[in-house]
Ligand binder design. Structure first.
Ligand code: ZN
Length: 443
């Protein structure tokens, strides 16, 4: 069958598509990503590309599409999420769901995380089709729901219910990375190649209960309070993770002396803590890459104002470096807590740690062509992404939504915050980079 060549005007305009996507309020919860996914499906079909909407909740579907390649390389997966985090109680200067274009930026919830990335992928995908690019292998596009709340209707469901859709894929490109970051006058593009794994820990303090009118010491509440203060003031041990080592080496090899030597001292665990402190805000940002973290989030204890509770529990949101298991973390926490506190991991499901740097040089090469003065560095993501679900299928995700951002633009402070926005030039930069990748991905 011959498909008539679509008109060139049907190529996606990446900034306009982002504006349209922002106008679908896909705040999660509840998500309601369906209409946004249908909009993407229509944009693909205008370019002559078919796609399917699938899901186990009709309001929260996922879009899957595939371009055929010549089979020299395994399929490449491009995936992005179309849900966004809430905007409630944030001081926005513009309405967050209007998708306004102002001063060269597209404003609105999801501009960076990650409808901007979805628009870039759609542009590259459609362009490769319209221009008849000879793809080295199939390209699978997956636009998913629910990333911001666990991927239950999105990547977790897809990889569980329909692993056959991704058969043979070894590499994926998704979030979170690709943005440029300036450090000591040099520009780096951070490529996410690994992510930390979440682990919820329950801490339990027990003690004598009693009547609130008497004198009490060393109760469950005070024991828990002591633990939480200690946890606040004691850093968990530093570990030099292989990915963090690669990141620090890539950065320090680029910098002149003495900055390069200074940065390398981070890799000596006896000095890591003091070096991070000396680096100020940048050190604070980097600290989670060197150790597990544990933060108290939900505190429970006591039911009646005049009764001393005999048990207090605290939920700790813990994030572990990849490759470690819950026992390692519990051991480190117990050393701080002492015998008065019982600790246990709740619902912890270890995820395989897939680590394959095979496509890194290709990505770095594309960035060098488009921004010759910049350097790419591998990055460990301190939080979780849908990458962990695709890792279950043995797929290595590269968080690579390339964006050449102005040096003063703080990417990490702008995501999930008020006034989320992205320069149009960064969207065009990323769409071009992804388009180049589709022409040259390999085994
Ligand atoms: Zn995201």
């Amino acid at each position: 069958m011959t498909i008539p060549l679509p008109k060139a005007s049907e190529r996606i305009h990446v900034a306009e598509l982002l504006q349209e996507l922002i106008r679908f309020d896909t705040t999660n919860p509840p998500g309601n990503e369906r209409e946004c996914a249908v909009h993407c499906q229509e944009a693909l079909s205008r370019a002559g590309i078919s796609s399917n909407l699938i899901g186990d909740d009709p309001n929260r579907v996922n879009l899957i599409s595939r371009l055929r390649g010549d089979g020299k390389a395994p399929p490449l997966l491009l995936y992005g999420h179309i849900d966004v985090v809430p905007t409630a109680a944030q001081p926005w200067d513009v309405p967050p769901f209007e998708g306004r274009l102002l001063d060269g930026y597209v404003w609105g919830r999801g501009a960076l995380d990650m409808k901007g990335g979805v628009a870039m992928m759609m542009d590259a995908f459609v362009r490769a089709h319209l221009e008849g690019v000879n793809l080295p292998g199939d390209v699978i596009l997956a636009l998913v729901s629910d990333e911001e709340a666990g991927g239950h209707t999105g990547a977790a469901w897809l990889t569980d219910a329909h692993p056959e859709l991704f058969e043979g894929a070894r590499y994926a490109v998704g979030e979170f990375g690709g943005f440029s970051k300036s450090y000591r006058g040099r520009k780096f593009y951070m490529v996410q190649v690994a992510e930390k794994q979440g682990c919820r820990v329950e801490a339990i303090a027990r003690g004598p209960g009693g009547h609130g009118s008497l004198v009490h010491h060393d109760t469950a509440p005070t024991r828990m309070a002591e633990f939480l203060v200690k946890l606040d003031r004691t850093a968990l041990p530093f570990h030099i993770h292989p990915v963090t080592r690669m990141m620090v080496e890539a950065m320090s090899n680029t910098l002149p002396l003495p900055d390069s030597a200074f940065l390398k001292l981070l890799l000596n665990p006896a000095l890591t803590g003091s070096m991070l402190r000396r680096m100020g805000p940048v050190g604070k940002e980097m600290e989670p890459l060197f150790r597990h973290t544990a933060n108290a989030t939900i505190i429970n204890g006591g039911e009646k104002a005049n009764v001393i509770p005999s048990e207090v529990t605290v939920n700790l949101d813990c994030r572990m470096l990849p490759g470690y298991d819950a026992e390692d973390l519990l051991g480190e926490l117990q050393a701080i807590a002492g015998p008065a506190i019982e600790l246990r991991a709740v619902n912890f499901q270890p995820k395989p740690w897939i680590f394959n740097m095979g496509m890194f040089d290709t990505l770095a090469g594309i960035i060098s062509e488009q921004d010759p003065d910049a350097v790419s560095a591998p990055m460990l993501m301190p939080a979780g992404t849908d990458g962990r679900h695709f890792a279950q299928l043995g797929i290595q995700t590269y968080g690579w939504m390339p964006m050449n951002l102005p040096a003063e633009f703080d990417f990490l402070k702008t995501i999930h915050a008020a006034n989320e926005r992205v320069p149009v030039s960064a969207l065009e930069f990323g769409a071009e980079a992804l388009y180049r990748l589709l022409q040259r991905f390999h085994e």
